[in-house]
Design a protein around this ligand. Sequence first.
Ligand code: GDP
Ligand code: MN
Length: 391
Amino acid sequence: MKLHEYQAKELFQKAGIPVPKGRLLTSRDKLGSVLEEIPGPPWVIKAQVHAGGRGKGGGVRLVKGQGEAAEAVAELLEKPLVTPQTTAEGVIVHQLLVEEGVDIDKEFYLGMTVDRKLACPTMIFSPSGGMEIEEVAKQSPDLIFKEPVNPATGWMPYQARNLIYKLSQVPGGYTVKELSSTMKKIYDLFVANDCSLLEINPLVITKQGSVIALDAKMTIDDNALYRHKDLAQLDDPREKDPLEVLAEAASLNYIRLNGNIGAMVNGAGLAMATMDVIKLAGAEPANFLDVGGGASEEMITKGFEIILKDERVRAILINIFGGILRCDVLARGVLEAAKKTDIDVPLIVRLEGTNVEEGRKILEESDLDFLVARDMAEAAELVAKEVKRQG
Ligand code: GDP
Ligand code: MN
């Protein structure tokens, strides 16, 4: 789960990591009162969307007065923002963060993530932070420095010095102290909140010599959300695919993809294999959906409804190997969903396993129109053929 910049900065502030003074703005008419509370001009007005690269897309505006601020708000709020990380349509900006402008002297990159190869949390630091960090990583990887952290000892003060002394110009003692303390706090915050990513880009030294986190990115491991109820509440469903939001509410493992074959499968492994055979047959899946081993009739109904809601779906493949999930439960779930929605695309079913006879019988005795496939390969060929037939 991703946090918005303003949410992450609130956590930073509580942890004692310095951030600019700022206020969230959700409606144009509050701008005047918000500006009164924030030192400036200059102010910075920042679109709050999960997509990165906002600066490049015009989502970060440095404004020198009330008039310019009002213009920026009018251009950004409730409008789509296109960045290098969004689709061409962009994402709608519902919230802006208004902050005091900072006099930047140097921009660094400071991040923390779990390094999969080293299998431990790792601090990443670069003296060339800012909007071009991806280019820096590609062109001059020697400017990206890493400090893996042994979870048994935690972050050690010498590791901060290791990173800071990589700077060609080591700043004065006071700044070194501030940088090291920020690194330690970032590590603690990362661990305490079960983050998979924590990123400050840029972490700046101001012309006045203080260290400030100008940007903040935090991703929380979804599997740890059960023990961070307060963080789970910060989730912004507007940033997500609406079908994925429905699926999450129904405890279904659903991921929307780019193709046009709706797939309903039980078991993540079988679902992955099903995607593979669909592709092998020359077609593209519209989604990944693992209804899970112990899916109830309601879950099946919900899953099928979600597939039917996806306008791009031109054919549906149900591939179930009944184990704990019995084929008759699946059949009833599908019929239940079919009652609520018109199925106007071909349906291909491949059922095997527990209560398969009963499941087939339920489907056959219904007025549902579907094709039966004997095995997975045939199922994939049938859906691919159906989609090709539609042109
Ligand atoms: P991102 O593009 O989504 O990563 O958004 P950032 O929050 O990193 O902002 C992009 C860039 O805007 C930063 O790299 C800074 O160079 C610039 N910026 C952000 N806040 C300030 C500020 O207070 N003063 C100045 N001068 N520049 C800023
Ligand atoms: Mn940034």
